[in-house]
Design a protein around this ligand. Structure first.
Ligand SMILES: C[S@@+](CC[C@H](N)C(=O)[O-])C[C@H]1O[C@@H](n2cnc3c(N)ncnc32)[C@H](O)[C@@H]1O
Length: 288
């Protein structure tokens, strides 16, 4: 059973259980096989346990997971999707901060703000895989850039790109709820729409134009399968940031993008997660 709240976000059910952090790889594979993209593993860096969660639309689906995996099942109320947020604003590289939607849009002497109705999984910018990309974005100038956000979720990365001056931005997700939420979040933060929000599966979609910056916070399996399309969407001289990669998946992802002629410029690790930054070199035309 699922229902919609005022903002059109569906309420759902959540299965969850605590796991030991040394079993992260086993659980990531298991959850990915059983739940596609709807799972999260979250934990504080100093803790030895992580909370595994899967979000589904029906109680019976949640109970089926419980029968197989143990753990607990609970309804996720619409209010959970929109009202939880960090108690303090999240500061990104001294450039901007992410605050709960109930906070005022501008405060005197404060950094520019993105107001986000925080969701249960990805959305608020707090997840390590998102935070690594937000910080990478804040380190560079985006004035006049074309930016592509693959697997946009709440739209947080696309919105950050807009705040940082990107001139053309496209955000894509195959979940219509995510696309709707992202569009609402743009409306919440900016007077006029600028970002193009698309509902599409990245594994089948083809980019018409090339982008100076491409961001993809996705599971490694999607990053590998869609590597030809993702690599083709980067403009010569542009860069591609890949996140959502577990350490044990780094080699496979790296091989897939090297084969596409991209050059690994930088990698960052936090906990079990890896972010890879790739550059697409400008081909010099042969001297005549
Ligand atoms: C890990 S979340 C990232 C959300 C946001 N970009 C962030 O960094 O917080 C991944 C998002 O990618 C979407 N996604 C997963 N596989 C996809 C695919 N094949 N095509 C399009 N979107 C996909 C999911 O619906 C989800 O919203």
């Amino acid at each position: 059973m699922s229902s919609s709240n005022k903002r059109g976000i569906r309420s759902s059910w959540c299965w969850r259980r605590w796991i030991d952090s040394d079993q992260t790889e086993i659980w990531s594979g298991r959850l990915q096989a059983m739940a596609g993209s709807a799972w999260t593993l979250t934990g504080l860096s100093q803790r030895t346990r992580l909370l595994a969660a899967v979000y589904v639309e029906s109680r019976s689906a949640a109970l089926a997971l419980q029968r197989q995996l143990g753990g607990q099942v609970r309804p996720v109320k619409a209010a959970d999707w929109i009202s939880r947020g960090p108690s303090v604003p999240l500061r990104i590289g001294g450039k901007f901060e992410i605050v709960h939607e109930s906070a005022p849009a501008i405060r005197r002497h404060s950094l520019p703000r993105l107001r986000i109705p925080h969701g249960v999984a990805f959305g608020s910018g707090e997840h390590t895989t998102t935070a690594l990309l937000l910080r990478a974005l804040a380190r560079r100038t985006l004035e006049g850039c074309r930016v592509l956000d693959l697997g946009t979720g709440s739209g947080i990365l696309a919105l950050a790109a807009r705040l940082l001056g990107a001139s053309k931005i496209v955000g894509i997700d195959f979940d219509p709820d995510a696309v709707r939420t992202a569009r609402q979040n743009e409306r919440l933060n900016f007077r006029a729409p600028l970002i193009r929000w698309l509902c599409a599966d990245i594994r089948r979609w083809r980019s018409g134009i090339r982008h100076h910056v491409v961001l993809a916070n996705l599971f490694s399996s999607v990053l590998v399968e869609a590597a030809p399309r993702i690599a083709a969407s980067v403009a010569p001289g542009g860069s591609l940031w890949l996140s959502g990669i577990l350490r044990n998946q780094e080699r496979e992802v790296t091989a897939a993008y090297r084969r596409r002629g991209l050059v690994l410029a930088r990698s960052a690790r936090r906990g079990k997660w890896v972010v890879l930054q790739w550059d697409k070199r400008i081909r010099k035309s042969p001297a005549v």
